[in-house]
Design a protein around this ligand. Sequence first.
Ligand code: NI
Ligand code: MN
Length: 227
Amino acid sequence: MAKIWYLGHSCLRVEIGGKSIITDPFVNPNPLAKNVDLNTLEADYILVSHGHEDHIADLIALAKQTGALVITNFEIYNWLLKNGVENAHPMNHGGSHSFDGIKVKMVNAIHTSSFPDGTYAGNPAGFVIWSEDKQIYFAGDTALTYDMKLIGEEFDLDLAILPIGDNFTMGYEDAAKAADFVQCKKVLGMHYDTFDPIVIDHDAARSHFSNKGILLELLGIGNNIEV
Ligand code: NI
Ligand code: MN
């Protein structure tokens, strides 16, 4: 079993393989997530997709507070070391690695990546996370790309966590195609409603997916689903 809490934007807590993972920490600057208390979050691992502010704003604080191992690209790994976070693990695209309880593969994402000060943060990524019984794709910020078909060929996903807000990433129509590419019938939406350009019509998004035979879950912040 895996359990996934939506903490707003692209920040999720994923329980899988007996471990607790937090993705792209962005809580305190997100007014929609005001009921999430960053100080009480616990994690074994923190996964970071790219260097944009809306994915790393709370990263250093959360890493220091939890002592979690941060799994991210080589450039963000080096930036963490310089900022006093030494419990980190660098990866690059196409690589998989076994951690205690889970395996992680870093996969392609079509986007950009830089730190809030404009310096280079490597290339953006998504992750496939799996345990003995569950497989989850966390896409990060990305456009629709044919590369997603490789994920569908390799994995038997229980859940695809996809950006659906449009403007900075794919919108929900492309995300429904992405669900086809990765061959997953259950999608959890992320990266929507946080900023004006990514506010979406929830009912329209849900019905677009259901017309294709795919379930789109849109969770209230703090709520969870099990897969
Ligand atoms: Ni971004
Ligand atoms: Mn973003």
